[in-house]
Design a protein around this ligand. Sequence first.
Ligand code: PMP
Length: 442
Amino acid sequence: MSARTGSLHERHRAVLPRWLTLYYERPLELTHGAGRHVWDADGNRYLDFFGGILTTMTAHALPEVAKAVGEQAQRLVHSSTLYLSRPMVELAERIADLSGIEDARVFFTTSGTEANDAALLLASAYRGGANQVLAMRNSYHGRSFSTVGITGNAAWSPTTLSPLQTLYVHGGVRTRGPYAALPDEEFIAAAVADLEDMLAHTRPAGVAALIAEPVQGVGGFTSGPDGLFAAFREVLAREGIVWISDEVQTGWGRTGDHFWGWQAHAAAGPPDLLTFAKGIGNGMSIGGVVGRADIMDALDANSISTFGGSPVTMAAGLANLGYLLEHDLQSNARRVGAELRERLVAGAEDLALVREVRGRGLMIAVEVVRPGTGEPDPAVAALVLERAREAGLLIGKGGGPGGSVLRIAPPLSLTGEEAREGAELLVAALAGVDAELAGRNG
Ligand code: PMP
């Protein structure tokens, strides 16, 4: 065995696969967090404008969740498979009631990938073994063999092989492609016509589902016009095709105006299956599918998940969900998110490198380009990320067909003051890079 020496980064590189990429030239080792802040191993403090998407939906080290996890861990850590589990039943009841799906059933997994995998399996079983799936261009649904197979964002799709046959649908990206210039209603009509044409070229009975993110997360916080999925739904319902809403990033009030992303398309009614993960456990690994009983019951064989629904993660989910409902963090996301967005729009007005500030609630994107060419450039996004970090602000990057989107998704408990501070830091970082690049060009 080789000696485990060197910096933590060197040891990381020596033992973990190279595609497990890290942010920053000098990657951060985070050691602890509180509220909306995290600290690194050198004692530097950062305002965390990205942890909300990754894991920490509500707040770092939330005492209510820590207490629930600690108490459950001391009482019983077992599988919720094979034995009755009160925390799992209780969280399933709450999620079923919140889902908007009548008489819903819930199945817990441990990640978003696995939740989507399960949803595809259920849809396929329900549709008599159909193995075609409609997915959106520029989508991201996970990194298992089946979910990379429905991930339309090429940067995250290492193989074209898939156990599924995937057909990619238009409509998730509003700003690019042949329909970009169309007003909302015409855009929707064009995307629907495309969907119908696609179905006319296949056998709809072989299509299990359409899976879509209401706002594409990894894809750069882009979305089609509100109502798009209501229009898709009419076509899908004609053929009995299952609509899966991947709410891994958009769920639990993050988009401010709605508790779920699908509600921006409410005329469609609720999806047939809804997948969730990430922040519901505020850091504990919970994923799952909630959906129509007839589809959820469609498996003709037993299926279990050893860790899905574990009492410890369910205790975290219950405490976290209770906290965010009690404190109405959805309204907070709407209010504070709107202020943050306005400040970023105003601050970016004169900056050549900002193409667009968009988003809803506490899911905000700043799309950057290289000044001069006006073209997306991941290197520009990376530079802003470095400067923001130097100023004590953590944000996300990547996304979009050009890979040049900065993503902002703070914990939902973000205060107005923190939003103002973060906006100032980010605008300063953007302005700094703008000047830096102008200097280089000049
Ligand atoms: N769906 C969406 C929309 C996601 O953003 C992600 C994670 N980025 C996943 C699924 C996969 O979730 P996980 O990483 O928990 O497997």
